[in-house]
Design a protein around this ligand. Structure first.
Ligand code: SF4
Length: 315
């Protein structure tokens, strides 16, 4: 069976063995983040529709679940914002009828301000929304939202969701050097986290500089400093660093992920976003692995228009 929407399961540091479900096409998103590994988008949208047919996704998922193998999470993601698929609210209960495996969602959080979106997600087990700014100015600078969106709405949406949700919410904060890592901005981010009250906060950084210039990563010590700062402001919510750094995690899991990516690229070229959806890993983590594979000469990159593809390097 050729799979179009279902990927994995593959080992993921945060979600164990994660089976990816891709329900949004390339760069259909309400934001245009400066750190996005997909590059700058042609435009942003808030339009919700059935971009990917949910019935087809479910058929593929059902067949995949009949195969043997460990799956810790089924992860809804995509090459953009998954909640823009208007049938996500039909998909989640349908998955729940198929399996008892927990279902997770990676989201930029912008649509959670809409009650119908929050309601569509109630049956999930884990939601990982993003919050990269504490002030409107930095939100606009980093996330470049679609017209009609603002930071107050984002925070209110995530906070309303947390208040009514019985599952876990892990808030991801992407820290960028010289942009949102000042004490003032971290203080403002901490206040927003206090309003949201997630179950935990995960700090990430642009480990490998993405397409846009001027976007830099924090080093391990800087990230740890930011973690301690945030933790001191929001003592009741655990704050952890999830960014990976070269040479820091040469464990069996890293090797598994590298091998899985290489095996995948042997079969077909892919963008970093395809691989992020495939492996249920944050795109910055995927880019880290791609960087290692490029450095080792095992893969190469090729641009088609504005899109960068990674290919297996036959030598
Ligand atoms: S990083 Fe995610 S939320 Fe931001 S533009 Fe890219 S796909 Fe959209």
């Amino acid at each position: 069976m050729e799979k179009r929407y279902i990927f994995g399961p593959v080992p993921s540091r945060r979600l164990g063995f994660s089976l990816g479900v891709d329900i949004i096409p390339y760069k259909v998103c309400s934001l245009n983040c400066i750190y996005c590994q997909l590059g700058a988008s042609g435009g942003t949208t808030l339009e919700r529709r059935e971009y990917v047919q949910i019935d087809k996704v479910l058929r593929e998922l059902e067949e995949t679940l009949q195969q043997p193998g460990r799956i810790d999470y089924i992860t809804l993601s995509g090459s953009g914002e998954p909640t823009l698929n208007s049938r996500i609210g039909d998909l989640i209960p349908a998955i729940k009828k198929l399996t008892t495996i927990p279902v997770a969602l990676l989201t930029n959080g912008t649509t959670l301000v809409r009650p119908e979106v929050r309601e569509a997600l109630w049956e999930l087990d884990l939601v990982v929304p993003s919050l990269d700014a504490g002030t409107e100015k930095i939100y606009r600078l980093i996330n470049r939202p679609c017209a009609g969106l603002d930071l107050d709405g984002l925070v209110r949406g995530i906070s309303d969701f947390v208040a009514g949700f019985s599952g876990q919410v892990w808030l991801e904060v992407m820290l960028l050097k010289g942009i949102n890592d000042s004490d003032d901005e971290l203080e403002a981010i901490a206040r927003r986290i206090g309003e949201i009250q997630p179950d935990k906060v995960q700090l990430n950084t642009a480990v490998r500089p993405p397409a846009e210039s001027g976007v830099g990563a924090l080093g391990p010590e800087e990230l740890e400093k930011a973690r301690i700062f945030l933790q001191s402001r929001i003592s009741s919510i655990p704050v952890e660093v999830v960014a990976g750094f070269s040479g820091k995690r040469e464990d069996a899991e890293d090797k598994d992920i590298r091998t899985s990516i290489l095996t995948y690229l042997e079969r077909r070229p892919a963008t970093s976003e395809d691989l992020s959806a495939t492996f249920g890993l944050h795109r910055n983590e995927i880019v880290k692995y791609l960087g290692h594979l490029l450095d080792d000469g095992l893969i190469k990159e090729e641009c088609k228009g504005a899109t960068k593809y990674f290919l297996y390097n036959k030598v």
